[in-house]
Design a protein around this ligand. Structure first.
Ligand SMILES: Cc1cc2nc3c(=O)[nH]c(=O)nc-3n(C[C@H](O)[C@H](O)[C@H](O)COP(=O)(O)OP(=O)(O)OC[C@H]3O[C@@H](n4cnc5c(N)ncnc54)[C@H](O)[C@@H]3O)c2cc1C
Length: 435
């Protein structure tokens, strides 16, 4: 930290991701002295995500989002493909209204943090917070190396890898079955080729999920998002299961090899051809939000927001982390403002933040979809079902002479993909009730 940085703030925000930036913006706008501490070089540089953000929760913080934010395309088409070898079954939905947009999180986090800085917050980058200081059961500030900064409130927005919370004893050590590894490439396809090959009009975007062989038997899936003139292509893989499969020798590919296989898959690669890969990156993400939630989201002088608070919904067909992060930052800022305007950031006053989270759409959604991660880890859904669908369609469409009846094809495909119909029906019911 530079010698000019003041050593006392109303609020110190750890992390310039979506959660930290939204809290910092609202607090600075309300006139509080806010410091954002970010370990990356500038906001956004440590960020990596898939590509789609739900807009409405963000508009509650930045009403001019649509005009000002670095939005690449509005998602007008959602696609899911079930993959078995070279066979691919695809379902596509054309949306009737604009709900979510594509972007790079690097750009978005920078934009959000700039909004906070324009409102008076100070950003200190390339500084890692090593400790949240607690004295007599109350958070007093932060320490980075030899430097300490005092604050009335610390907002922990450190993201999924919540080392500081662990040190505080508010969160347990991350378990491999609670997290997934995301890897992503950015492919330089160019706007014209992308629009022509994916039948997109100017400004229209596609979000595409792939399940089946793409993860080589590891729970997870592939994703593709259209940016302005590039494509974000990636995989999300269950870390615990990948580790087990690597140990037993079942997983024969490294993660970069799996992504390479997806990029060169005969069906998908038609879209980008031999366009260059501009970037490659990896980041951890939460598998099941509720299981990842810390014991408490507050203590005197501290609130926990975003991924660090386990506020992420992953239903398998969509992932909502950024809008949850922003919305939790907003709830945190509102609670902190009320606390600072009354008798301070006491346990009782900051408890209201957790109450607000629990009353919000985020918590309701997480409760409703509780256990969905277990479903997504079930081979029935991420390998057998995609295989069955493709075998069924192959039986119906790949015959030279004799066509089976649909029932014959269905029964054969069930047998060949090792799916028990009764188990399938039971499991399908449990999935549909959680989706
Ligand atoms: C592969 C993948 C795909 C995803 N796809 C989507 C998607 O399509 N849509 C969606 O909405 N969500 C998606 N997510 C989830 C989304 O990225 C997160 O939910 C969101 O970024 C959480 O925001 P946050 O502010 O809580 O944490 P983060 O965005 O992780 O920000 C935390 C910040 O804190 C900083 N930091 C951490 N520790 C310290 C420290 N000790 N000192 C200083 N700074 C620190 C980090 O450098 C970082 O800048 C995806 C995630 C992954 C990994």
């Amino acid at each position: 930290m530079s010698s000019q940085t003041p050593t006392k703030f109303d609020v110190v925000v750890v992390g310039a991701g979506p959660a930290g930036a939204s809290a910092a913006y609202l607090l600075a706008k309300a006139g509080y002295k806010v410091l954002i501490v970010e370990r990356g070089r500038g906001a956004g540089t440590k960020e990596l995500f898939g590509g789609k953000i739900y807009a409405e929760p963000l508009r509650t913080v930045w009403p001019d989002l649509d005009k000002e934010a670095p939005i690449h395309r509005w998602v007008t088409r959602e696609r899911i493909s079930f993959v078995k070898g070279e066979r691919v079954t695809t379902v596509e939905f054309k949306l009737g209204r604009k709900v979510a947009f594509t972007t790079y999180l690097t750009e978005m986090a920078k934009w959000m943090t700039n909004k906070a800085v324009e409102s008076g917050a100070i950003l200190v980058d390339e500084v890692r917070v090593d400790e949240i200081i607690v004295e007599n059961g109350r958070v007093k500030g932060i320490r980075s190396g030899p430097d300490t900064i005092e604050a009335d409130v610390v907002v922990d927005a450190e993201g999924v890898n919540r080392i500081l919370l662990e040190k505080l004893g508010l969160a347990e050590k991350i378990k491999p079955d609670q997290v997934a590894l995301g890897v992503k490439e950015v492919i330089n396809i160019g706007k014209k080729a992308m629009n022509e090959r994916l039948l997109l009009d100017e400004g229209e975007g596609l979000a595409w999920f792939m399940v089946g062989d793409v993860t080589a038997g590891i729970p997870g899936g592939g994703f593709m998002y259209t940016m302005k003139d590039t494509i974000a292509l990636g995989l999300v893989l269950h870390i615990g299961k990948a580790y087990e499969a690597a140990k037993t020798g079942e997983l024969k590919h490294t993660v970069p090899m799996l992504l390479e296989k997806l990029r060169t898959h005969p069906f998908f690669s038609k879209i980008w051809g031999d366009a260059d890969v501009l970037e490659y990156g990896a980041h951890m993400t939460i598998e099941g939000g509720l299981r990842y939630m810390p014991k408490k989201l507050y203590m005197p002088g501290l609130v926990v927001v975003g991924d660090a608070a386990g506020l992420l919904l992953n239903t398998g067909y969509t992932i909502r982390g950024v809008d949850y992060a922003v919305y939790s930052g907003k709830l945190a800022a509102e609670t902190i403002i009320e606390a600072l305007e009354s008798d301070g950031p006491t346990e009782e006053n900051l408890r209201k933040y957790e109450e607000r989270v629990r009353e919000s759409f985020m918590f309701r959604e997480l409760v409703k979809h509780r256990g969905i991660e277990k479903v997504m880890e079930d081979p029935m859904f991420f390998t057998k079902l995609p295989a069955m669908l493709n075998i069924l369609l192959a039986k119906l469409y790949e015959q030279d002479y004799e066509e089976p009846t649909v029932l014959e094809a269905l029964l054969d495909s069930v047998k060949e993909s090792d799916v028990s119909l009764s188990k399938f029906m039971l499991k399908l019911f449990s999935v549909v009730s959680k989706l």
